[in-house]
Design a protein around this ligand. Structure first.
Ligand SMILES: N[C@@H](CCC(=O)N[C@@H](CS)C(=O)NCC(=O)O)C(=O)O
Length: 121
């Protein structure tokens, strides 16, 4: 049953990736100067994700729409997975790592991440 649910989620994620590609969002345009400031700000953000997770697809779509350069980190396995669990507190994606004034915070929940990005950019 667990494997079935996992496959269903993976399959729906890949379908969403395709739909997202077909209906690409319109992207916010900024002046070169504004974009440079935004690019500097987004250097402090890292998105921990799984490629085919539907919630990650939704979050990546918002990142694309807002024209942000946010580094994505595959937390499916390896060191980013370990880091997410040990520093973030749990394995759940998407999770946005925010480094600000020497402090690192971890924001879970796709809606909260999108809300944060909409608010700041
Ligand atoms: N309510 C969460 C749901 C996130 C969620 O369920 N993510 C799944 C992947 S699609 C997850 O992290 N599962 C943990 C795992 O597979 O280990 C959101 O909107 O971000």
């Amino acid at each position: 049953m667990r494997i079935f649910l996992k496959l269903l989620r993976e399959g729906s994620g890949r379908l969403l990736i395709f739909i997202d590609w077909v209906f690409r969002p319109s992207i916010i345009k900024r002046s070169d100067e504004e974009q440079m400031i935004v690019d500097q700000k987004t250097e402090s953000l890292k998105l921990y994700e799984f490629y085919a997770c539907p919630f990650c697809v939704k979050t990546r779509r918002a990142i694309k729409r807002l024209n942000l350069k946010v580094e994505t980190r595959n937390a499916q396995e390896g060191s980013y997975r370990t880091e997410l669990e040990s520093s973030g507190g749990k394995i759940q994606v998407p999770c946005l790592q925010i480094s600000q004034d020497g402090e690192v915070s971890w924001l879970y929940e796709s809606n909260d991440i999108i809300g944060y990005l909409d608010k700041h950019f």
